[in-house]
Design a protein around this ligand. Structure first.
Ligand SMILES: Cc1cc2nc3c(=O)[nH]c(=O)nc-3n(C[C@H](O)[C@H](O)[C@H](O)COP(=O)(O)O)c2cc1C
Length: 296
């Protein structure tokens, strides 16, 4: 493994490693206004949700690595502590990138990038009409993380009013993750898109007290077939099947055939049972996988 002391890299080299490693990052497209009423619109991927009560997002306009100057978004927020955080979907990505051009202060990136401003209800900066989710925010705090090139400035933005497009809602009025089509920033020029084919579910462990990978028998934990993800699934069950359940399952035709075919060959039997368990785990049939593994 390559091990690097961060102090041995230039700010540009360090930024390169970090932006490729900490990815994907969601994008907030932030509109702000200076005290004279000039509007600014810029994207930031040093961004996330950090609290739901109170609802607080944080994003970070860094000092420019090139010349250590501060970004207009930060300067505006120090004058008028309000912003709108607009969520970016795939249809918006090229125009959003265009809005990141370092236009001189006072230039309105709504106009340069061709987005439509609509008036906010609680704050002065306008919202981006094309964005599927818009948060009107009051800025509670700004925390400078340093004063050299690349130093971040955390903007703690409390969400006061949310606007959510009906186009991404399900029948119950909740956001449907399969409809949001957000994009996220990675290293360099790379982005990724949240499409239906790359969504998957992981059962929340908080619903139960999983037995843990350490409680899984050695032969299963060291299986040549099962992956780390499979062990995570197995460790997430609260209890193992009973002997009776295992015995009943071993009589099912498929398992019975497997057992009959491997009489006297313990190694092949274990391998076949682990392969069957893996198949079940990949289908998220964890209870059945446990029964198969305990037959072994
Ligand atoms: C998708 C995307 C994400 C970005 N994320 C950040 C970021 O998190 N922090 C930052 O300082 N600049 C970031 N930038 C660059 C700023 O958007 C760019 O410097 C912008 O011009 C700042 O505008 P301002 O000076 O008008 O505030 C990002 C650019 C893009 C295209």
């Amino acid at each position: 493994m390559l091990s690097i002391h961060t102090k041995d890299l230039s700010p540009v080299e360090l930024q390169n490693y970090l932006l490729y490693a900490v990815a994907p990052r969601p994008i907030c497209f932030t509109s702000t206004m200076d005290r004279k009423g000039n509007v600014n619109l810029s994207p930031f991927s040093f961004f996330n949700l950090f609290s739901t009560n109170p609802p607080v997002c944080i994003f970070s306009p860094s000092r420019r690595v090139r010349d250590n100057t501060t970004k207009h978004t930060l300067e505006n927020i120090l004058e008028v502590p309000e912003c709108v955080i607009n969520i970016v979907n795939y249809d918006m990505v090229q125009q959003t990138s265009l809005a990141s051009v370092e236009y001189p202060k006072g230039v309105n990136e709504f106009i340069k990038s061709g987005f439509t401003p609509i008036a906010s209800e609680l704050v002065k900066p306008p919202r981006v009409a094309e964005s599927p989710v818009q948060f009107e925010c009051a800025v509670n705090q700004v925390i400078a993380l340093g004063n050299g090139p690349g130093a971040g400035n955390l903007i703690l933005a409390e969400i006061k009013l949310m606007h959510i497009s009906e186009s991404i809602l399900d029948a119950n009025g909740k956001i449907d993750q399969q409809k949001t089509d957000q994009v996220a920033r990675l290293g360099g020029d790379w982005y990724c898109r949240l499409t239906k084919d790359n969504l998957f579910k992981v059962t929340k462990p908080v619903r139960s007290m999983g037995i843990g990978v350490d409680a899984i028998a050695y032969a299963i934990r060291n299986s040549k077939v099962l992956t780390g993800n499979n062990l995570g699934q197995l460790g997430n069950v609260e209890a193992l099947p009973t002997d009776q359940q295992i015995e009943d399952y071993s009589r099912s035709p498929e398992i019975k055939d497997l057992l009959d075919a491997t009489i006297g060959d313990g190694q092949t039997r274990e391998l076949q049972l682990h392969l069957k368990a893996k198949q079940l785990l990949d289908d998220d049939r964890v209870d059945e996988a446990w029964k198969v593994l305990l037959i072994a």
